[in-house]
Design a protein around this ligand. Structure first.
Ligand code: CP
Ligand code: NVA
Length: 307
């Protein structure tokens, strides 16, 4: 594994190995065992969109691994004034040991990997959010003990979370049902690739998707970059694409709820459901730290972690 650009680049064994390293690093951190495997290494973190969890977890994680995180706001880089991805990649590769980037276009992330010579990690694009799905899967393993054979359901916008969840779920042998309005289905290319998979269901009906689900996921109706459409989207999503108690009543009685955060309570999820499942949702947020440290080790670390 050279980069983490999207989950479809990973083999099942690579994904499971990252999760295993994440569990191991979490145990070591809680036991006070130091893990300075990235001593002397620097991770550049380019942000073209806002972030709380991704920024803080990568920065703290890099410090815990003995390395150095370097925050780079895209607006302060020459990139923000039009310097090409190709040249940015070739320059940053001369200074850094890895790059994490949060941006709009997936092509920019792929371009950094193509023209640079160091590992690149996708910290969210309009199309994918692979780090989040890794953290979600780590959390599900903690609670359910497994991933394969479970039924996952996602309710809401067919956005970066939905796209990555489809790929990740099918990779680990889980069923995945997506309930989205027809105007906001997951990416068309994804549907062409996975649409006929026996473990994939796409519906406009949240009740059909959530029926007997072991884990229910949701996310905001308007993602970063969609702000101008927030009101028109709300008119389409509201009343139907909300994770509430009535909807969860048709799920498994042991249903777990995951939300990548930030949440818009009383929109995609009710405050009641959010608080009932807050222990898992905030564990999910914590696991961003552990699983991303695992990704860093697999990409930049000692040979024992290479996969
Ligand atoms: N879930 C997530 O990626 O959060 P941030 O936008 O705060 O990084
Ligand atoms: N779909 C959301 C996820 C935020 C972590 C967005 O892209 O804004």
């Amino acid at each position: 594994m050279e980069h983490l650009l999207k989950l479809s680049d990973l083999k099942k064994e690579e994904l499971l190995a990252i999760l295993e390293t994440g569990h191991d690093l979490k145990k070591k951190l809680k036991a006070g065992i130091e893990t300075p495997y990235l001593k002397g290494k620097t991770l550049g973190m380019i942000f073209q969109k806002a972030s709380t969890r991704t920024r803080v977890s990568f920065e703290v994680g890099m410090n815990q691994l003995g390395g150095h995180p370097l925050y780079l706001s895209a607006n302060d880089l020459q990139m923000g004034r039009g310097e090409s991805i190709e040249d940015t990649a070739r320059v940053l590769s001369r200074y850094l040991d890895g790059i994490m980037i949060r941006t709009f276009d997936q092509e920019d992330v792929e371009g950094l990997a193509e023209y640079g010579t160091i590992p690149v990690i996708n910290g969210l694009t309009d199309l994918y959010h692979p780090c989040q799905i890794l953290a979600d899967f780590m959390t599900i393993q903690e609670v359910k003990g497994t991933l394969s054979g479970l039924k996952f359901a996602f309710v809401g916008d067919g956005n970066n979370m939905a796209n990555s969840l489809i790929v990740g779920s099918l990779l680990v042998g889980a069923q995945i049902a997506i309930a989205s309005p027809k105007e906001f289905q997951p990416n068309q290319a994804m549907l062409e690739t996975y649409g006929d998979h026996p473990d994939f269901l796409l519906t406009e009906d949240p009740y059909e998707a959530v029926k007997d689900a072991d884990v229910v996921f949701t996310d905001v109706w308007a993602s970063m970059g969609d702000e101008a459409e927030a009101a028109s989207r709300k008119a389409i999503f509201q009343n139907t694409y909300q994770v509430n108690q009535a909807l969860l009543a048709v799920a498994s009685s042991e249903v777990m709820v995951q939300h990548c955060l930030p949440a818009h309570k009383e929109e995609e999820i009710t405050e009641t459901v959010f608080e009932q499942h807050a222990h898992h949702i905030f564990e999910e947020a914590e696991n961003r730290l552990h699983v991303q440290k695992a990704v860093l080790l697999h990409l930049m670390g000692v040979p024992a972690y290479a996969s």
